[in-house]
Ligand binder design. Structure first.
Ligand SMILES: [Zn+2]
Length: 300
């Protein structure tokens, strides 16, 4: 099943298209790798880093050693063409090498320490359908949904989410509404005066609608007070949450063929043949998306 949601009109919302297929990276058998070590700035190996190697039509992922020596990695790739290689670890800055040929060795990184994790304050809301279904646990359960993708945010971009409040029983959503209409209603019901600048609202609807999530389009405009709305009827909560929160960092849907990242969609405006192969989907950002999030990392 594919849910097709496209950019909404003047309501400045972007939807999400997410298929329910199992996430996997299907790649040919590899005999080539890129090798190196991820270290800190004192040349000490960093245990368990994440490394990605990407070129057009191909995406590869590996973890470096968590043992001794720490941080050594081997990313399998399909060719001796050149790759963009990224290295990441929580509490360290995201680092990149470009034009790394498949088969290269000694591709070492020295990751700088981030001053701290960026803590983003979030207000939780849920409509009456969700509150009823989750009873007294609704705040806990909605928070768990928010946190479901936090591991990616922390490890790759040094961002974590901190729930600072909720809307209580204020949100009562109209039945059968689109996600954009739910958002309009959410703002009307619970957002009479804006939450503090630099925060966002994460709202969960218990309604079953085709448009499983949407978020404020922050492209080229103020990023104050965005909203993220997700429904409770989508199995991959982490993927959905990661996708929608990514929107408010202004990394939007991508038009691609072949493998695709967390923001790829089967958007007809991209033209025939785009939208990717669900078997090639990855639960991650491409380097281009990483760059946008890093650039906008301090928005919230
Ligand atoms: Zn979207």
């Amino acid at each position: 099943m594919t849910n097709r949601i496209y950019a909404q009109n003047k309501n400045i919302l972007l939807g999400v298209i997410i298929a329910s297929a199992v996430i996997s990276i299907v790649i040919p058998a590899y005999a080539i790798a890129i090798l190196g070590t991820v270290k800190d700035t004192s040349n000490n190996g960093l245990p368990d880093p994440k490394i990605t190697a990407e070129r057009v039509g191909e995406y590869n992922f590996a973890r470096g050693s968590s043992g001794t020596p720490a941080g050594t990695y081997s990313v399998p790739v399909s060719s001796t063409n050149t790759y963009t290689v990224d290295a990441m670890k929580t509490s360290y800055a995201h680092a990149r090498k470009i034009n790394v040929a498949g088969g290269s060795t000694n591709q070492d990184f020295n990751l700088a320490t981030r001053p701290s994790l960026r803590t983003v304050n979030v207000y939780i809301s849920a409509d009456e359908e969700y509150r009823s279904a989750h009873s007294t646990n609704w705040v806990t359960d909605a928070t768990a949904k928010l946190k479901s993708s936090e591991g990616w945010w922390k490890e790759e971009h040094g961002i974590q989410f901190n729930v600072v409040g909720n809307s209580g029983t204020s949100w009562n959503s109209p039945a059968g509404a689109s996600c954009s209409a739910l958002t309009t209603d959410l703002i009307s019901d619970v957002w009479h005066s804006p939450y503090p600048s630099g925060t966002f609202v994460f709202a969960v609807s218990g309604q079953s609608i085709a448009e499983v999530g949407c978020a404020t389009n922050t492209s080229g405009t103020s990023h104050d007070h965005p909203t993220v709305v997700v429904t409770d009827n989508f199995a991959e909560a982490d993927r959905l949450t990661m996708h929608e929160i990514t929107h408010i960092y202004d990394y939007d849907h991508q038009c691609v063929t072949g493998w695709y990242d967390i923001m790829e969609t089967a958007n007809p405006s991209c033209g025939p043949g785009t939208g990717g192969d669900t078997a090639l989907r990855i639960k991650n950002w491409k380097p281009a998306g990483d760059d946008v999030i890093e650039a906008n990392r301090l928005w919230y």
